[in-house]
Design a protein around this ligand. Structure first.
Ligand code: HSE
Length: 402
């Protein structure tokens, strides 16, 4: 029998306990041994609940208990979670997590520590919630050079955008609804300002291209600027609006990586991913496009991915899962040729709402004040927008077109 400890008994942690308990028999069959929860670490009071006998407040008990071989970190954030993860790995315990902030910022270091201690650090649930994406990308697509990863990586923002586009619901009302359903992060700005999608974009790029991408190097724009007027224009253009996290391999071996709202033509499968669902399109040089789709947030979908990693960790106690990437290249800390390249020369078409006049030449007109440009380098587009604004023209919204 394997004994596990859950750190943090919030939405995801309690979902993990529920899945381990509800599906105990099949998990035992698949893991080859029963998996039980010996401790739950949480600072809140659980007396009078079924968990009162396993809830503890002192991490040292877990760290020093040789019976615990798997630690499930669902605290989130990069403070206590970072400390506990390092200590658990150092104590020779495998760690499984859904914590994208920690993986995106300290993943390389924690993977190196896991390698040194011959244990596993697994984080399938950190990207795409319940969608199997990291392991399939690494294993099933391993024959490919990955050329692009583009995804709807945040359920809360996709839920909000879907409500705005399909039901004409205001941003605030849709956000409240998402929070009530337990999709949103504790601080919803991590969702609506794109930070959560940025961290997931970093993890995907780390694994897809094998080099650490610092989330700070990823230009990130959230969805606060999307209005109901933009939603109407998107419908006119035959598009949905989606917050996309993208990384694209350039010919020189560097990458573009960014998070931004996009107009996505309805002919693209990504445009039809609605509500809290996420989807990640991976483009490989041999396979072409592959789309991974499912619930990207929520208690049980996320727990599904966490528990799958627990089973994997249990089954691979003797053989470590090979999961790693190179540390960030030194050039990222200098001015010259950073690995995450400037977007200036990235070609793209843009949606513009405002007083653009005929600044963009031939373009698709959507209404008196909205248009879609031809494909042009991002830098050239930005210069034109800056010039329009400098001359006193009002430009309300600017989004990329996929
Ligand atoms: N707040 C996140 C989302 C949860 O809405 O997608 C899953 O990471």
């Amino acid at each position: 029998m394997v004994k596990a400890a859950i750190l943090g008994f919030g939405t995801v942690g309690s979902g993990v306990e529920e899945v381990l308990r509800t599906n105990a028999a099949l998990i035992e069959r698949r893991a080859g041994t029963a998996v039980t929860v010996k401790y739950i670490l949480d600072i809140r009071d659980f007396s009078g609940t079924p968990f009162e006998n396993v809830v503890i407040r002192d991490f040292e008990r877990i760290e020093n208990d040789p019976e615990i071989s798997v630690v499930i970190e669902t605290i989130g954030g990069a403070r206590a979670a970072y400390d506990f993860t390092r200590r658990a790995l150092a104590a020779g315990k495998s760690v499984v997590t859904s914590n994208k902030e920690l993986v995106a910022t300290h993943g390389a270091e924690l993977l190196a520590l896991a390698r040194e201690k011959n244990v596993n650090y697994l984080f399938e649930a950190s990207v795409g919630g319940g969608i199997p994406i990291l392991r399939p990308m690494l294993q099933c697509l391993t024959a490919n050079r990955i050329e692009e990863v583009t995804g709807i990586l945040n359920g809360t923002t996709n839920f909000i955008l879907t409500k705005m586009l399909e039901e004409n619901v205001s941003f605030d009302a849709a956000l409240r609804d998402a929070q009530t359903r337990g999709y949103a992060e504790r601080d919803p700005s991590a969702d609506v300002d794109g930070l959560d999608a940025c961290r997931k974009t970093a993890i995907l790029a780390d694994l897809a291209y094998g080099r650490e991408v610092c989330p700070d190097a990823i230009e990130t724009e959230g969805i606060r600027g999307v209005t109901l007027e933009d939603a109407e224009n998107a419908s006119r253009a035959g598009c949905a609006i989606k917050l996309l996290g993208r990384s694209i391999l350039r010919e020189d071996g560097r990458i573009w990586a960014f998070v931004a709202p996009h107009f996505v033509p309805k002919t693209e499968m990504l445009a039809n991913v609605t509500g809290v669902f996420n989807a990640i399109r991976v483009t490989g040089d041999a396979v072409g496009d592959v789309l991974f789709y499912g619930q990207g947030a929520g208690k049980l979908p996320t727990a599904s991915a966490v528990v799958a990693d627990v089973v994997d960790a249990v089954k691979h106690r003797e053989v470590r899962r090979v999961l790693s990437w190179e540390p960030a290249p030194v050039s990222d800390t200098q001015d010259a040729a950073p690995y995450v390249a400037d977007l200036a020369d990235m070609p793209c078409a843009f949606y513009v709402r405002g007083e653009a006049g005929d600044a963009f030449g031939r373009c698709e007109r959507l209404s008196a004040d909205a248009l879609i440009t031809q494909v042009m380098p991002t830098g050239e587009f930005r210069e034109k927008i800056a010039a329009l604004r400098a001359s006193g023209r009002e430009i309300h919204s600017v989004f990329r077109v996929l």
